[in-house]
Design a protein around this ligand. Sequence first.
Ligand code: CA
Length: 523
Amino acid sequence: MRKTKLWSSLLVASLIATGCQSGETKSSENSSKSEGDSDSPYLASAKPVEMSIHYHSGDGTFVFDDNWSVFKEAAEKTNVSLKGVAPKTSTNSAEAFNLMIASGEIPNFVYGNKNSINEYAKEGAFLELDKLIKEHAPNIKKLIDEKPEIRAANVASDDKLYVVPYVYSEGAAQGYFIRQDWLNKLGLKQPQNVEEYYNVLKAFREKDPNENGKKDEIPYFHRPFSTDPNLAKYDLVTLWGANEDLYLDGDKVKFGPIDENYGKAMQEIAKWYKEGLIDPEIFTRGNQAREFMLGNNLGGSTRDWFASTSALNEQLKDQVPGLNFVPFAPPENTEGKRVEPTSRNPVMDTGLAIGHTTEDPVAAIKYLDFLFTEEGRTLMNYGVEGETYDLVDGKPVLKDEILKSESVPEKLRQYGAQTNLPYQHDAEYENQFLNEIAIEGVNMYVENNYFRKLFPRLGHTKDEEKVISGTKTQLTTYINETVQKWIMGVEPVDHKAFVKELKRLGVDDYIKTNQAAYDRISK
Ligand code: CA
């Protein structure tokens, strides 16, 4: 393949030209112990070494900064200090990754999408990690043994592991919210099923709960999410037992939009829209939908993240006296089930690989293993003791100045904590800044386990990727356009014709290819 050849020749050229690589470590583990003496039990190298890291994520949300105190602290503990080599000016992570690869100079640590890393790893750019982890990284090994889905989701098609991933928390993400103050005003109870939900939204529309004499209430609104701006709006389909994307039925991969329930759901959602129960501008309202709808005392109900949505009660209390926007249980759907379509996925699509020229791979993996120790985990989640948090009764408690910031995670990121580099996320820290409303909502959803089973993150071979990326774009475009026409009443819902078109666009191959990728990890 052309890319392989290009890659290999670049690699050879740079090896010959320089005789060394930019990613080379400046010391080896055989150095005499006396030179880098330290009491730390986490030493990855006997002598202080510097390793390079290419960390560019979220199109510039995260770019490694040598000044991050979290990694200065990690250097103290491990004797490994990191030097960032990703361009701070770039706002395109994929491009930054590709430029680094094309340069032929692979740093010691490289962050990226697992599929990209796995492809270049098979060409020799990155080291195999299974043996290194087994022999030198007991904390990573323990986590992978406890959660086999982490390895399964990250291995390349040759069944080898090349990335150490960030492991996110499990638990609640988004939930249903409703204006409790409006319910009280109208003498209504929280809706317990889809029919009651319809009746409540209808009452919000008809009975002037904002008491201005105008029929201006917008019962259901929704803010689009940048990750998947359109699909999120169709989360309501779960109220009719449908799915909006790939899902698992036992071990069978299925695609929600071709199911009969999806057509039924669309018919109902179109009806709700026609009756004014859904924001007429739901497709264009934008990211500030919550602030607009609640701040102007117009919106009645939504689905969104617990923390930021609950916080609006406090933020908007002067604008809308009595505002009480609270989480409620997902209404029972037409099949008698309460379904919350979202939850947190501990398995990510990205991770950190070790460059093939790394002189001391043992030090590199030991360094990453430190990030998975209790102490490393606290450092990566909470920052540096005395700077961002204090230990109270043995537990890290964030300092007031951190808790007072508008976004605690963003504040912590200024110190290098709460990134998506390899470590295990600790959702516990959120309890220090979530308000009571959010905590109650999260607990209700977790205790009752309303969450729909997550579709696993699959690793794809290059050939699978070809089928999937091309087809997925076509399917998504067609679905989004059609569904929008249906909901807005431009076209009547014709699910049969819709399925026929999806088949023409290759939905069967799309499902089959995902099934093959799923079968690889489920055996
Ligand atoms: Ca009104």
